[in-house]
Design a protein. Structure first.
Length: 364
């Protein structure tokens, strides 16, 4: 179906909008093609009447919105129920009961709510899949002094149906780095800012809001935490440089894929809702005093299928990878999947985002 970027309806700024809902007779994403949305929002919900084959990428990586689900929102102007978002499915051997109603998707927008009203009510003969309203907790910032520099704490992994928490920022020499925070059913949590010898560092904002700002009280370079948007970077050291993270710098989003036929993920296929990371920090000399912010939490994925499910590819809602630290003029090469090469004590990295959740279910 070539590269497709769906336009988010009912946009509310740059980091919110209704859930995108699409229905197809059949669906094929070819190798090399990417299907995603044009800005962070309340999720991507795709229904396929026949077979679905994914050899390319279906992605909500760094597309989770800045949304407080306890407040009224979306085009339906509702808050998400305290029980989270719930989907009832008829299943073999299922014993759950749940009445299908548009209120199950309150806060997702009017189109998504209308879809849920057409689901089947289950009465002791089905399975309910739940997306937990509040995400897992973020990593706690470090307080350090002297040579006691620390890498940031990782965000917590989500339970079933729960998004991951954001990582804390790194802490160099003195001060307290920013905490990571929790996200929502729609999005992983944001990351905290890094600190280098004190300064006005900030923690991540709850509900996948802005990442924490980096701060320093001397000549240094530090990146802010991943989030909506990423926290601000600081560079008071002339040799400090920044590079974009390979996972972008937002929060992991939400994918719901319901297939009446067979669901096949080929060897090159990916379904992903990963958290983003903070910017990498490097120096053009061999100096230290560089630190990175925390990464964002992974999102939520639901895959429901009536036929067969074959996965030879990748399905993941992992936490983001924090920015890495390097020094010397050529050390910024090979960021993807790499490790920090700057070995001095005051070259620390932020915490990883916690992993989100992937749920798969065969339905009737």
């Amino acid at each position: 179906m070539a590269n497709v970027t769906y336009t988010v309806p009912n946009k509310n700024g740059s980091y919110d909008g209704d859930m995108v809902v699409k229905q197809y007779t059949s669906m094929i994403i070819d190798a090399g093609d990417v299907v995603t949305v044009d800005q962070p929002n309340r999720g991507l919900f795709i229904l396929v009447k026949g077979d679905c084959t994914i050899n390319g990428t279906l992605s909500m990586t760094s597309k989770g919105g800045y949304i407080n689900p306890t407040s009224s929102g979306g085009s339906d102007s509702n808050s998400v129920d305290a029980n989270g978002l719930r989907l009832p499915f008829l299943t073999s051997g299922g014993s759950d009961s749940l009445t299908a109603a548009n209120t199950l998707f309150n806060g997702c927008g009017t189109t998504a709510r209308s879809v849920m009203a057409n689901f089947k009510t289950i009465s002791g003969d089905g399975t309910t899949l739940t997306l937990v309203r509040q995400g897992a907790g973020g990593g706690a910032g470090h307080t350090v002094s002297g040579n006691n520099s620390q890498n940031g704490n990782n965000g917590s992994n989500g339970s079933t149906g729960q998004t991951g928490g954001g990582g804390a920022g790194a802490a160099n020499y003195a001060g307290t780095s920013g905490n990571g925070s929790y996200g929502s059913c729609f999005s992983g949590g944001s990351g905290g800012g890094s600190v280098d010898n004190n300064g006005s560092v900030t923690s991540a904002t709850a509900w996948s809001g802005p990442g924490g700002n980096s701060a320093t009280g001397h000549s240094a370079g530090g990146s802010g935490g991943a989030g909506n948007p990423q926290g601000s970077n600081v560079a008071t050291q002339a040799n400090a440089r920044f590079e974009d993270n390979e996972d972008d710098e937002g929060c992991g989003g939400l994918i719901i894929l319901v297939v009446k036929g067979n669901l096949t993920i080929g060897a090159s296929g990916k379904i992903e809702a990963n958290g983003g990371g903070s910017k990498h920090v490097w120096r053009t000399d061999d100096g230290e005093w560089i630190a990175t912010g925390g990464a964002a939490g992974g999102g939520n994925i639901i895959l429901a299928y009536k036929g067969t499910y074959t996965n030879n590819g990748t399905v993941e809602a992992r936490g983001g990878r924090s920015g890495r630290t390097h020094n010397s003029a050529n050390a910024n090469s090979g960021w993807n999947g790499g490790t920090s090469t700057a070995g001095q004590n005051h070259t620390k990295t932020g915490g990883l985002g916690g992993n989100g959740s992937v749920q798969t279910l065969q339905v009737l």
